[in-house]
Design a protein around this ligand. Sequence first.
Ligand code: NAP
Length: 438
Amino acid sequence: MRHIAIIGSGPAGYYTAEAAQKAFGDDVRVDIFDLLPVPYGLIRTGVAPDHQSIKGVSRRYEKTALTDNVRFVGNVAVGRDVEVAEIQSLYDAVVLATGAPSDRELGLPGAELSNVFGSAAFVGWYNGHPQFAQLNPDLSGTTAVVIGMGNVALDVARILAKTPEELAGSDIVAHAYQALEASRIERVIILGRRGPHQIMMTPKELGELAHLERAAPHVDARDLPDAGEDAMLEPGLRKSVTLIREFAATPEHIRAEKRVAIEFAFFAQPVALLGDGKVEAIEVERTVLERGRAVGTGEVERLRADMVVSCIGYRTHPIPGVPFDEREGRFANDAGRILPGLYCVGWARRGPSGTIGTNKPDGFAVVDAIAEDVAAGRLGNGGKQGRAGFDALAAERGLDVVTFKDWKRIEEAEERAAREGSPREKFVDIEAMIRALT
Ligand code: NAP
């Protein structure tokens, strides 16, 4: 029997468990740990609440979770309740699937002003992540600035722009739904330090901006490169750039019918945030592209900013004793191998890129590496205690472990509490999740 511990129950964790089942069949026991009492990581707290079809992938993870050889071990923080080294002593292989939950630092003067958030915090707030439920952003100003031109920036801009009716069927949590209902934001500026050919936005997500009830995208046609240059782009990006061109071509009187403007500010590099305690403005420097890189021109402009959300990427949390690549913000690894018997997968391995589906080949690849190491005798000759050993440790420490069956009860309680038309009303603090089990 082989014992595998997976730390993190997001997509990378569950695809790894699925792959382990396929590779080792009945000869494996997999424990998936999560610091929250609820599974699915980014699916629950990262994917936008109005993208329910993407969240549907959790049904596939549930199938894996409900098999006899896979177990969910919720409400256990590895690194706090139990050390990685302890887990390693109990399991043949330990796979870190902890994602990249921290914001990359903006590192600008004024970044400490209030109403300036990183996307992990802001997205966590509207998705009910217990760590960020108390964020309480001030939406009473007219202008929000979103830094970055990736899909997270699009999610944030869209959520800020949607009407309560548009959000009603989503699983946005009540505190965010109510705050957005009272929001006065009528201008969302998406700031990119490079141009339309360098955006990281995918066409499906970008296209949604054209169909919002009260908001319309605005693009200044002067920022567009020559249309002939689009031919060089890979097909997905070419489609996105075509949409940007359509946004630029929309006549002003049509755009003016919508109260909220989502403005694309290209070639604008943020240099400082200004305000007296709370952010009031952002200073941006005009850029030009040199060999694809943004180079400042020295021309500085000040834009109003009542709120700023920086959506510039994420970092993995380091774990004491686990080699970490500071520059890349993820575990130092060679194709998923960190140290003998210690692996990483998903964003913790490769950094924050790709879609949910990208984690599937990742999960299968790390299990291939484990199988190779088992075959080569690099993981010892078995005999580790696995889940029985962990259960003894958990009992000794009085850990309040949440099982998958418990999670299903939490889920039922969330479904019962849903507002009309919404699939669920999430608990936003750990105590409330645990209380639902009593
Ligand atoms: P991303 O795609 O890497 O985009 C980050 C953006 O931030 C880029 O436009 C980048 O510009 C900009 N940026 C980085 N550092 C900056 C700085 N110091 N100042 C100004 N701008 C800066 O990251 P993401 O949006 O966080 O998304 C993470 C991953 O999740 C992506 O793979 C994304 O596709 C995926 N995702 C998918 C969906 C979906 O499919 N619906 C939704 C959300 C997220 P430069 O290019 O100039 O560096």
